[in-house]
Design a binder for this molecule. Structure first.
Ligand code: BES
Ligand code: MN
Ligand code: ZN
Length: 506
């Protein structure tokens, strides 16, 4: 998909389609009004007949609108004007793009930013219109041999901005949107690939691909022997039951002119399939566990977006990658292992494997003297119970850090919500036989916080936050598949950090 920006009037666009908004109930947006005037009441007539009420996400395609140069005019419902906020803006864009993608229009010019600009800056609108459009046109069809290439004529989307003086900012933010959208798409492709294709080795190939694409990215990969030499006993305990080789992937992004000092570290859970191990999961929906490397996919997606945008930041990515499988060699409930930190862990449930591989990755992060470490993981089913599919859970040992992530989530419409980390939640992690157990004694109570408490024991030496993305990383049902979340949140957060650092340096 190609994106461009221009400034002009809706009636004068020589294009396949112009897109204008209608508010509920039946209130024309500025651009719709303009088309209405030029077409001598054509739009208001239609609206008066009740064919377009302006409900959020509704659409109506019009052909041969009098005195309009475009072949088509697409009316898109924006909902109530006073409720037209970030999520509504995204929804309107998505509905319009979805419909366009099913018509013969090869390009379209959108006039949807002007009403939104009153609440948000124009740049935000452009950035997020690009991201939302990218989400809709995404498809994952390469594993189908039949009907896999439906002809999609829509090639180009242009966003109209109110004034010529808006163009420079809009261009910059469009570039940000495009880079983020590509990072999201990259993450979605990786996560959607099934576990027989998306193996730990495949994740190393994706990291190597980024390394060859961008001179700012370098990659180091530890194989099993090297992971053993490092003494990552918790990670190895998870990898043990599988026939595929585990890898520990280290990515580093350093743009020209940036000193390698104290980087920001992103850690992504890379379980390419989570069967539960000997604590085997039930059969129903077990296929979802191919998405258990979504944290790793998000880290790879963020690296791609960041390497495109080249902000002056120092960034490290860590991905422990393996399968969690049952076998004669697999870890058994009750086994005690020694983690990289030296702390011993009694593995009471082999299905609580994410925290084990992350524990060693978090200890590994210490060697970078990081300014902040953020791990991203499909860590607990309890997360879905707590927040559903709307927001990721945010946890950590530093309130400022956690708040900055929640704010970036709000800003990017890729939400996260923070949870308490009172130490009482971690008390059930005591073990009779080791320094700690990998599950709490409290059963299902506050499972996501207990998991975060476990992680916190390995993150004591730096500012740390944890995003539990079990509810947001993928969708079920009709739109089943990876979402690429929280790439957008993290890219926004990292770019905000760059701004903050520049300010600090004066
Ligand atoms: N990968 C799962 C968490 C998960 C569940 C993600 C559902 C997405 C959807 C994780 O490894 C896991 O199995 N967690 C257990 C922890 C329990 C054994 C303490 C869980 O949530 O049931
Ligand atoms: Mn598990
Ligand atoms: Zn898991």
């Amino acid at each position: 998909m190609e994106f461009t920006i221009k400034s002009g009037s809706p009636e004068k666009q020589r294009t396949a389609c112009v897109v204008v908004g209608i508010f509920e109930s039946r209130k024309l947006s500025l651009s719709a009004e303009r088309i209405d005037r030029v077409s001598k009441g054509y739009i208001s007539d239609i609206v008066r007949h009740g064919d377009m009420e302006g409900y959020l996400g509704s659409t109506l395609m019009l052909y041969n609108v009098p005195n309009i140069l475009a072949d088509r005019v697409l009316l898109v419902g924006l909902g109530r004007e006073r409720d037209f906020k970030d999520m509504e803006f995204r929804q309107a864009i998505k509905s319009a793009v979805k419909l366009l993608n099913e018509t013969g229009a090869y390009e379209a010019v959108f006039f949807l930013t002007e009403e939104k600009v009153r609440r948000r800056e124009l740049g935000w609108c452009i950035e997020h219109a690009v991201i939302a459009a990218g989400e809709v046109v995404y498809s994952f069809n390469h594993l189908k041999t039949e009907n896999s290439d439906v002809r999609r004529p829509l090639r180009k989307i242009t966003f109209s901005v109110p004034m010529r003086s808006d163009l420079p900012v809009a261009e910059v933010m469009m570039a940000r949107g495009i880079a983020t959208a590509e990072g999201i798409e990259f993450a979605r492709d990786i996560a959607n690939n099934p576990a027989n294709l998306c193996t730990p080795e495949y994740l190393t190939e994706m990291a190597r691909m980024l390394e060859s694409m961008y001179k700012e990215i370098s990659v180091t990969i530890l194989n099993r022997a090297e992971i053993e030499a490092e003494k990552m006993g918790a990670f190895l305990a998870v990898a043990k039951g599988s026939e595929v080789e585990p890898y520990f992937i280290v990515l580093r992004y350093t743009p020209a002119g940036v000193q390698k000092t104290s980087p920001t570290v992103l850690v992504g859970k890379g379980i390419t399939f989570d069967s539960g191990g000997i604590s085997l999961k039930p059969a129903a929906d077990m296929d979802h566990m191919k998405f258990d490397m979504s944290g790793a996919a998000a880290v790879l997606g963020v690296f791609r977006a960041i390497a495109d945008l080249k902000p002056s930041i120092d960034l490290v990515g860590l991905i422990p990658a393996c399968e969690n499988m049952p076998s004669g060699r697999a870890t058994k409930p009750g086994d005690v292992v020694t983690s990289l930190s030296g702390k011993t862990i009694e593995i009471l449930n082999t299905d609580a494997e994410g925290r084990l591989i992350l524990a060693d990755a978090l200890t590994y992060a210490e060697r970078f003297s990081p300014e902040a470490v953020v791990d991203i993981a499909t860590l607990t089913g309890a997360m879905v119970v707590a927040l559903g599919h709307e927001a990721a859970g945010a946890f950590g040992n530093n309130d400022t850090l956690v708040r900055s992530l929640v704010n970036a989530g709000e800003e990017s419409a890729d939400r996260a919500w923070s949870f308490p980390m009172w130490s009482e939640y971690g008390e059930g992690l005591k073990s009779h036989f080791a320094d700690m157990a990998n599950i709490g004694s409290g059963g299902r109570a506050a499972g996501s916080i207990v998991a975060a408490q476990f992680l916190s024991k390995f993150a004591g030496k730096y500012n740390w936050a944890h995003l539990d993305i079990a509810g947001v990383a993928y969708k079920e049902g009709k739109e089943k598949g990876a979402t690429g979340r929280p790439v957008s949140l993290l890219v926004t957060w990292l770019l905000n950090r760059e701004d903050r650092e520049n300010e600090a340096m004066g």
